[in-house]
Design a protein around this ligand. Structure first.
Ligand SMILES: Nc1ncnc2c1ncn2[C@@H]1O[C@H](COP(=O)(O)OP(=O)(O)OP(=O)(O)O)[C@@H](O)[C@H]1O
Length: 986
């Protein structure tokens, strides 16, 4: 379903699909992590994948029990789990006010059954059906449950009754090792595999105390006595006696140490189940005393020796087969141990007795080697099967309470799971037939439970259209024609028919059955039955013979001759039995075939189960290696190791086995039943929360009775928590669904145009996968539209924001630039002011220095300079003269120091030009130079503007240099006077 949902979003890529899937997974499964989900039906949606994931997560968290509706799924830990089955825990579950609120456990089931019995609500009797494949933990579970009842159902008031109860419980518990020793064997799949089915009835009195028990067994695999698959073993008891017998017993039973027996393969393997002492002890508790035990073990030793009796092929058909090698010795020992006459034993094994004609004339015909082997094996199987039945009857007589002393019971059915091997025969047909029957029983019960849930939610059951496995049962056991009836008919007619003929008969007679298949690729004659757990191919070869399970009457007669006390009990000389064992072709009595016997016992069992309240425990084997910490998950096709450091130890084939177990135990069927109804159950609030978007979108296009306007819808959102509003919103969403399906139809998806399979219960919305798919698809569309709108708005907003930011940036930049410019100007201004101030200061300093540099006599000296002749010069003339002096001082200097070449008039001209005296008589401006005179050597101007005459030779290096015309030209501390004009005007 999730894949389908993903299919819609495939356009958005695998990643998008994955995220949607996770999102949906999270939504459907709620917040709880998978390993915390106590009930597999709460895994939403209930698919194989999610169920496997949940089981795997729980297994990784060392949580081995999980509910699956009315079923408990038990994962085999394959390791001792401390305190998981402790008496303290038993008492805790027993004392809990609501044990179902504790963690799922077999004790929850145990306690539930116990309380049901106490409540006396019909049907009072309870049954627990423990199923699963070999090695999944059925026997373990049954054993633990028996211990649980032994603890909780034993609270007698008086000391005496306490002792009685304790003795009974001990006997019940002791029946386990005895039955396991005789009925269990080491197989490829389980070291302690039960080779029989059993139903244990724990009998309770009015005070719900365990007063006794009864065991019923089904289909013991007796062929194992004489025939074991390679790498497998015979029943445990044979190994126990060979390994555990004392020296005396070895002598008594002719079991020398290291003796080899054909029927004792792989004796070197030592298992914990090979504990002879435990078996003997338990037998003793059950009332089988030591002599009786010895008798049993002696017979078993006799059978082992019988297995060593080997026949050689006889060239002459008229002659019986000879014995090979040590066979004679083995025959002798076997006859001795079985207390049978040796010769009749050999003769019965080698010669067939035939009665023919009206007179019932007796003919004797030597058997072929194969027939001899079959007859020898038949003796062993017959003895062992009867011994086993006898043991069961002894156990029953030991543990069974007086019918008047018990009123109710709790039944424990430990039944072999569904089997499908490469080569399936009558045994698998019977086992799978039983599983089909139990599955039908389970389905009826599960559907009833479902019905109850729907009723609680106020839903009508008629929506669920589920076909159970009746068609398959019709094919197997139906009347008048079915597989069983056809096989029985072959036995009754006793006509020679080949395997191919049987196949043709079955196929032609049952051609109309939808559950009958045919494997065209199979070379062997076979037919295929489509079981609820998958198709199984049954080979027809040997089917009729196995069904007849013929016991030549002479073999029974022979065993009746035994002097052994046990064999005498097992094979009493019963005239009725004798008559029944007449050759079937001649007898008018109905043939008692394996199938008919099995069918009868199965019907009896189902009758019992129908009168009880059933409880189901499905045992699952997490891996085929029997390893702890590894769980195989089908989806990934590989080994999912809990601690990742461990190396992988299983192949993908194993992962298929995990899935097939889930199929075989009916878990897949449970899922299918869920799918036939409403596998998706979403609480109202969650539904509204997720799909409210649909309502708001659809409100624009359609106006349902509850559809508010979009604006209303918006304002309504917050009060949704109110129950009434929630209901209104829920109804609105549900009203949009027909429009959705219609839209899907117009878009050319007719599959989704079917009426919306959605039902609103009291607390949950129930729907099918397809509806969820449609809702999710529409939601994805709506979200996409919303996403587009959000993207558009966001882009617009973003662009506006960007524009605003750009403008702001420009503004900020301009402001900063102007601020910087102002700052710069300010700095320059400040700097200029500082410079100016410093400059002024410096100039003042310079002027001061300059003034100090000049001697202070000049002015005085100048004033004292004698006026030229004719001191009648006017002050104006004096000023002019002073100006001339000032203007001419450089020239004077030049001339005074000039080269010798300028003389006389030339010299005068130069002076004239220099002075720029007004035209006139130059002689009126006599020029005095310092040359040749001590006196003014330079004229300097102080910064203050006053003029000083330097009367002596200046030490300043620049005093002789012609000054620049610039008023700022400064070349020494004192300034060479340049302001000619100001001086002139001054
Ligand atoms: N709850 C458990 N805790 C620990 N180990 C377990 C548990 N259940 C089963 N096992 C282990 O798994 C093995 C097989 O279990 P068990 O014999 O009960 O399987 P089964 O389903 O009865 O097989 P079969 O049908 O062949 O008899 C046990 O011998 C035991 O080692």
């Amino acid at each position: 379903m999730l894949q389908q949902v993903n299919g819609h979003s495939s356009g958005s890529g695998a990643q998008g699909g994955e995220s949607l899937r996770e999102d949906l997974q999270e939504f459907l499964s709620g917040e709880a992590p998978l390993h915390q989900l106590d009930d597999l039906t709460k895994v939403n949606p209930v698919t194989l994948e999610t169920v496997l994931r949940c089981l795997q997560a729980r297994y990784a968290a060392d949580t081995f029990y999980t509910n699956a509706g009315c079923t408990l799924v038990a994962l085999n830990p394959f390791k001792p789990v401390p305190q998981l089955y402790s008496p303290a825990l038993m008492r805790e579950y027993h004392a809990a006010p609501q044990p179902q609120k504790l963690k799922p456990h077999i004790f929850t089931v145990g306690e539930q059954t116990y309380r049901n019995v106490k409540s006396l609500i019909e049907p009072v009797n309870q049954s627990i059906i423990v199923s699963g494949e070999s090695g999944a933990g059925k026997t373990w579970t049954s054993r633990c449950l028996m211990k649980f009842y032994a603890v909780v159902a034993a609270s007698p008031t008086s000391q005496e009754s306490y002792k009685i109860a304790e003795r009974i419980e001990q006997r019940i518990l002791n029946s386990n090792p005895v039955m396991e020793a005789f009925g269990n064997a080491c197989t490829l799949r389980n070291n302690n595999s039960s080779r029989f089915g059993k139903f244990i009835q724990l009998q309770l009195n009015r005070a719900q105390q365990m007063t006794g028990a009864a065991v019923q067994t089904y289909l013991l695999e007796k062929t194992r006595v004489a025939c074991q698959a390679s790498s497998e073993r015979n029943f445990h008891i044979f190994y126990q006696i060979c390994k555990g017998a004392s020296m005396d017993e070895r002598l008594q039973w002719h079991l020398p140490e290291g003796a080899a027996f054909f029927w004792l393969p792989n004796p070197e393997r030592t298992l914990e189940e090979d504990c002879f002492e435990v078996t003997r002890e338990a037998m003793l508790h059950l009332g089988i005393d030591t002599p009786a035990q010895n008798n049993i073990f002696q017979v078993l030793a006799g059978l082992l020796h019988l297995g060593n009796v080997r026949f050689a092929h006889s060239e002459d058909e008229a002659q019986p087969c000879h014995l090979t090698g040590d066979a004679q010795c083995s025959l002798k020992t076997s006859a001795l141990l079985l207390q049978l006459p040796e010769d009749p034993l050999l003769e019965t094994l080698r010669i067939r007795t035939i009665r023919a004609g009206r007179q019932q004339q007796v003919f004797q015909k030597p058997c072929s080697q194969a027939e001899c082997d079959t007859r020898r094996d038949c003796v062993a199987k017959l003895v062992y099967a009867r011994l086993f039945d006898w043991l069961v009857s002894v156990i029953n007589s030991s543990i069974c309470a007086d019918p008047a002393s018990w009123t109710t019971f709790i039944g424990l059915l430990d039944v072999y799971g569904f089997e499908s091997f490469p080569n399936n025969s009558l045994e698998q047909l019977c086992i799978n037939y039983a599983n089909e029957k139990l599955q039908q029983h389970f389905v009826a019960h599960y559907l009833r439970a479902q019905q109850e849930e729907y009723a609680v939610e106020g839903l009508e059951w008629s929506f669920v259209n589920y076909q159970d496995n009746q068609t398959c049962l019709d094919l197997i056991e139906g009347s008048p024609i079915s597989i069983c009836s056809l096989i029985n008919e072959e036995c009754r007619l006793n006509r020679p028919s080949s395997a191919a003929q049987l196949q043709t008969r079955i196929e032609s007679a049952l051609a109309g059955s939808p559950r009958l298949g045919h494997n065209k690729l199979s070379r062997e004659p076979s037919f295929v039955v489509l079981h609820y757990a998958g198709p199984v191919q049954y080979h027809t070869a040997g089917l009729v013979e196995k069904n007849k399970d013929p016991v030549p009457p002479e073999l029974t007669r022979l065993l009746q001759q035994s002097q052994d006390p046990l064999l005498k009990v097992l094979f009493p000389a019963d005239p009725e039995e004798k008559a029944q064992e007449e050759p079937s072709g001649q007898s008018r009595a109905p043939v008692l075939t394996v199938v008919s016997k099995f069918k009868a016992s199965l019907e009896q069992l189902l009758q019992v189960l129908h009168c009880t309240t059933p409880h189901y425990i499905r045992c699952i084997k997490p891996n085929s290696q029997g390893q702890a910490h590894s769980f195989l998950q089908e989806e990934q096709g590989d080994l999912l190791k809990v601690p990742r450091s461990r190396p992988p130890a299983a192949t993908p084939l194993d992962s298929l086995q995990v899935l097939s177990q889930l199929e075989a135990c009916g878990l897949v069927e449970t899922i299918h039943i869920s799918a036939a109804g409403f596998p998706i159950r979403i609480p109202h609030w969650n539904f509204v929360e997720r799909y409210e978007v649909l309502r708001r979108i659809c409100a624009r296009t359609s106006s349902g009775p509850h559809s508010p306007s979009p604006a209303e819808g918006h304002s309504e959102r917050s009060p949704c928590t109110e129950a009434a509003t929630l209901q209104a919103v829920l109804q609105d969403i549900l009203h949009t669904l027909p429009a959705l399906t219609q839209a899907a139809a117009t878009l050319g998806d007719p599959a989704k145009a079917t009426p919306a399979p959605v039902h609103c219960g009291r607390t949950k919305v129930f729907m099918t996968d397809s509806m969820l798919e449609l809702l999710e698809h529409r939601r994805a569309q709506v979200l996409e539209q919303c996403a587009r709108r959000i993207q558009g708005s966001w882009r617009r907003h973003w662009h506006r924001k960007q524009e605003r930011q750009r403008r702001a940036a420009v503004l900020i930049q301009a402001a900063i630039r102007s601020w910087l410019a102002r700052k710069h100007v300010q700095r320059l201004h400040t700097a200029a002011t500082v410079i100016k101030r410093a400059w002024r200061k410096w100039r003042i300093g310079m002027a001061f220095l300059a003034s100090k540099e000049l001697d202070g006599v000049e002015e005085k000296h100048f004033s004292q300079v004698p006026l030229p002749t004719g001191s009648s010069l006017l002050p104006q003339t004096q000023t002019s003269l002073l100006a001339a002096i000032i203007r001419l001082w450089p020239l004077g200097l030049v001339l005074a120091n000039a080269a010798v070449g300028v003389r006389g008039f030339q010299r005068k001209l130069v002076v004239w030009a220099c002075l720029q005296l007004p035209a006139g008589n130059p002689s009126s401006y006599p020029v005095q130079t310092a040359q040749g005179q001590a006196g003014v050597t330079s004229i300097r101007a102080l910064p203050q503007g006053s003029i000083k005459f330097h009367c002596r030779k200046s030490p300043l290096p620049y005093a002789d240099i012609c000054p620049e015309p610039s008023p700022y030209s400064v070349s020494g501390f004192n300034q060479i006077l340049l302001e000619r004009h100001s001086l002139g005007h001054g």
